[in-house]
Design a protein around this ligand. Structure first.
Ligand SMILES: Nc1ncnc2c1ncn2[C@@H]1O[C@H](COP(=O)(O)OP(=O)(O)OP(=O)(O)O)[C@@H](O)[C@H]1O
Length: 361
């Protein structure tokens, strides 16, 4: 029995009706106020074993406050925070210490100790936990192998690239075999290619170790690449939550649609600038499709049903969790006043979402 489970047994705080083995994180109505500002305004959320959950929101939405409440650095004013079935909100600072080892953290700026070698950085959580030197160095080597940095064990952080530093950060976060990995904007300081390699590593670790990961980010690309589920946070509340592809296919709030817009094709600027709301030669339509319709022969069928009714302007097909999504911009001639309505009817009857953005001359 590890120290965390024994603390759970002492406290007996497992929430009713939940399976400790399955639910790694459970937040119930978590609130935190700074003066009159409700930074967290009733957050309820769960993450199951082996899940990657993205928590996304704009600056000031409450993400950092949530992370600090999760790792016990900040006290919630109200609510329950269960980690592996134990309500950490009710624990004293002393009781929290062993539980913090159940949570590994990675940070935007890596937070490595520059005076220590890579292997000593990785082994540090084990040193703090009182693990003997031989054991902690063996574990550090094992983890450096896992993150692809076995040859850098004796190097100092200053000679590493940003991506390599984050790999060391990941190895260190895993040292004490946590049940949960909290990623706080871990790729925000990295270039796109390095970001992809770090996300791939997190996914690999998630698969290999069955590790639960909470990804706090303002970047939709991060959520899109590796999260199973996403919770969109705004003004301290979760405004939408569900499987990433479902939220992507049908965003219910303006904030979600706006966050997702960063990973969807947009009308090229030089065309967008020309658009007018006054009738022109062509109407420009945005067509969104999800699921099988996104891969079907929709435009071929449209062409057959209504010849010369449109031309493709921009767009493409993308996939999230094997679910196809398509967004196209099409231009429909306005010489026949009813054509745009016919094209719209044809597409909406086949589950597309269509919006007339304006007119182009
Ligand atoms: N220690 C504090 N004292 C007073 N107000 C705070 C404190 N920490 C956070 N806040 C406020 O709480 C709200 C949520 O802040 P938080 O840092 O959690 O947001 P965030 O989503 O992490 O933003 P960012 O992405 O910019 O880091 C903001 O209005 C912020 O000003």
């Amino acid at each position: 029995m590890n120290s965390f489970v024994s603390a759970t047994a002492i406290k007996g705080h497992a929430p009713p009706g939940t399976s400790e083995s399955d639910e790694i994180v459970r937040l119930v109505d978590v609130r935190r106020r700074f003066g009159t500002n409700p930074a967290l305004d009733g957050i309820s959320l769960t993450a199951r074993r082996g899940e990657i959950v993205g928590i996304i929101g704009r600056s000031g939405a409450g993400k950092s406050t949530l992370i600090r409440c999760l790792n016990g650095l900040e006290r919630a004013d109200n609510g329950e925070i269960y980690i592996e079935g134990c309500n950490i909100a009710s624990l004293s600072e002393n009781e929290l210490q062993p539980l913090r080892r159940r949570i590994g953290m990675i940070f935007q700026h890596f937070n490595l100790l520059s005076a220590k070698t890579v292997e000593d950085n990785v082994a540090l959580p084990l040193k703090i936990a009182g693990v003997a030197k031989a054991g902690r160095l063996m574990r550090a080597r094992e983890l450096l192998e896992l993150v692809g940095l076995a040859d850098k064990a004796k190097a100092y952080p200053s000679v590493l690239s940003g991506g390599q530093k984050q790999r060391v950060g990941i190895a260190r976060a895993l040292a004490a075999r946590p049940a949960l990995l909290l990623s706080d904007e871990a790729t925000s300081a990295l270039d796109p290619e390095t970001t992809r390699s770090i996300l791939a590593l997190l996914k690999e670790i998630n698969r290999k170790l069955g590790l639960t990961i909470l990804l706090i980010t303002h970047e939709m690309e991060v959520v899109r690449s590796i999260a199973d589920r996403v919770a969109v946070i705004d003004k301290g509340r979760i405004v939408e939550e569900g499987p990433v592809w479902q939220i992507f296919a049908n965003p219910q709030t303006e904030i979600t649609a706006s966050l997702f817009s960063t990973i969807r094709p947009q009308l090229p600027e030089h065309i967008a600038e020309r658009l007018s709301q006054i009738q022109g030669v062509e109407a420009i339509l945005r067509v969104d499709l999800a699921g099988p319709a996104a891969q079907g022969a929709l435009f071929a069928e449209l062409s057959a049903a209504l010849p010369h009714s449109f031309r493709l302007v921009h767009g493409g097909i993308d996939h999230i969790h094997n679910q196809p999504f398509a967004r196209f911009f099409i231009a429909v001639p306005t010489r026949d006043a009813t054509l745009a309505a016919q094209v719209t009817d044809f597409l909406t009857a086949r589950s597309a979402r269509v919006e007339v953005l304006g007119y182009d001359n």
